[in-house]
Design a binder for this molecule. Structure first.
Ligand SMILES: Cc1cc2nc3c(=O)[nH]c(=O)nc-3n(C[C@H](O)[C@H](O)[C@H](O)COP(=O)(O)OP(=O)(O)OC[C@H]3O[C@@H](n4cnc5c(N)ncnc54)[C@H](O)[C@@H]3O)c2cc1C
Length: 435
């Protein structure tokens, strides 16, 4: 049994019977023996078990790392499913293009971006990754290769975008890029001292800026924080580079260094940091990927790992719902340095199981303190469920089947498209009969 395949938060810690690699996009799918199931594993940047398959098999896709075609004139790229965004950025940004949507790390594969239909700071403007996918090839366990797009095999297209890797393995993807003049961002930071202030600021910022996201102090019920707005810099902008340093957490700590004291201290310092009064220019890397500068930052939570909790609440209950979540979290004394609040726009997602939908999304890390943490997360679930919201499967290691079905009422539509040889820890958990 192999125990070296982990997702980013190191939870759940599970073993796999087989760790297989697909060597090339034209190769047959490597399948485990007998009736054992498998799940594609991209770069393991999910938090939880959508990319894990306890006691069964994973198929690693990182050998599918070839660029296939790049139309520089129209900004369209075709690459293999195991290519990571960092490589795409390196290729296309000097040539005036940028990924249309990027999550908060560039170390994700394109297959993973499709399978979780990932969103970025520009969701209110641009939608999620799947909105920009033109086509992909899906390799099924029976050897079938399906070309999927909005026009061809459209039902497979919808089932696979946000389909959590369950419909087959994505060997290659064609998607549209965003034109940019240079690798820089014009950004502005706004401090807010209450959640009410955030909603006002955010409504205005969303009209003016394509990228917005707020850091929020989860140790305070008031919901103070900083809203970061951004846009790609125009050609004539003054371009002083905001220098970022590469840091690393060198070893696995046997314990988490996050406790209520260190949390409060960090949040205080972060909130009070000196902010530029006006717009400033920064390279895209520190703007989009501040955490990528701290290699292995997940180690600060120690070997017990951590839970990430990301929910979305519908627009009409967002303000009350977020306030209630913040109250519960602040009271618990648990929570993270990295609490993020953002509003999603109205562009419909392409996937049957896509997570992004109109409303507000809150994401936080919680060090794994066993039952105490799980009880808090259950309390948060009740707030999310009664608000008619949903949890993000890509950031989940513990949601119940009932919570999943409430958040994804279309889930049964997926069933005919799931590959009979594919399964995951996540999928078995949310489909387990509940007593
Ligand atoms: C620091 C950090 C910040 C993040 N910020 C965001 C954010 O802002 N927005 C957001 O949406 N997400 C965010 N995420 C989550 C991350 O973007 C997603 O979990 C992403 O899907 C991970 O990609 P991966 O290549 O590592 O895939 P994995 O985690 O390995 O797998 C993810 C899913 O994709 C499937 N999959 C992978 N490759 C293929 C393939 N070739 N064919 C079929 N299925 C496949 C897997 O089976 C699994 O279900 C963040 C993660 C981190 C660590």
């Amino acid at each position: 049994m192999r125990d070296d395949i982990k997702s980013w938060n190191r939870l759940p810690a599970v073993g796999h019977q087989h760790v297989l690699d697909i060597p090339a996009r034209t190769a047959r799918l490597p399948l485990p023996p007998g009736a054992e199931t498998c799940i594609p594993f991209g770069n393991g940047r999910s938090y939880g078990d959508v990319c894990l398959n306890p006691d069964a098999a994973v198929i690693r896709t990182r050998a599918l790392d070839h660029m296939i075609a790049f139309d520089r004139e129209h900004g369209r790229i075709t690459c293999e499913g195991g290519v990571i965004l960092a490589d795409i950025l390196e290729l296309v940004t000097p040539q005036g293009w940028f990924p249309p949507v990027t999550p908060g790390t560039r170390f994700v594969t394109v297959g993973g971006c499709v399978a979780n239909d990932v969103h970025g700071k520009n969701h209110h403007d641009t939608g999620s990754f799947g909105n920009h996918v033109r086509s992909f090839e899906l390799l099924r366990s029976d050897g079938q290769r399906l070309t999927c797009s909005a026009e061809q095999n459209a039902d497979w297209f919808a089932a696979t975008i946000g389909g959590l890797g369950l419909t087959g393995l994505i060997t290659q993807v064609t998607f549209d890029l965003l034109p940019v003049a240079n690798p820089f961002m014009v950004t502005q930071a706004y401090r807010f001292s209450t959640l009410d202030e955030f909603w006002h600021l955010n409504a205005r910022a969303e009209r003016e800026w394509p990228y917005t996201v707020a850091w929020i102090d989860c140790t305070r019920q008031s919901g103070r924080g900083i809203l970061f707005a951004g846009q790609h810099a125009p050609p004539q902008a003054e371009l002083p580079v905001w220098k970022s340093r590469h840091r690393t957490v060198p070893v696995d700590l046997p314990f988490s260094c996050i406790n209520s004291l260190s949390l409060k201290a960090f949040n205080e310092v972060y909130y009070r940091q000196k902010l530029p009064r006006d717009r400033y220019v920064a390279h895209y890397a520190p703007y989009f990927y501040p955490l990528d500068a701290i290699e292995n930052w997940n180690r600060i939570y120690g070997t017990r790992g951590f839970y990430q909790y990301q929910c979305v609440l519908p627009p009409h209950v967002s303000a009350d719902g977020v306030a209630e979540l913040m109250r519960q979290i602040a009271r618990s004394g648990m929570g993270s340095f990295l609490a993020v609040l953002k509003t999603f726009g109205t562009r419909p997602a392409m996937g049957t199981l896509s997570f992004p939908r109109p409303g507000a999304t809150l994401a936080l890390d919680f060090p794994n303190m066993g039952e105490k943490t799980l009880q808090l997360l259950n309390r948060l679930d009740s707030i999310v469920a009664s608000a008619g919201g949903a949890l993000y499967p890509a950031k989940d290691a513990r949601m119940s089947g009932a919570m999943f079905r409430r958040g994804f009422p279309q889930w049964e539509k997926m069933l005919p498209f799931i590959d009979p040889r594919f399964s995951s820890g996540f999928w078995r958990r949310v489909n387990k009969p509940e007593g």
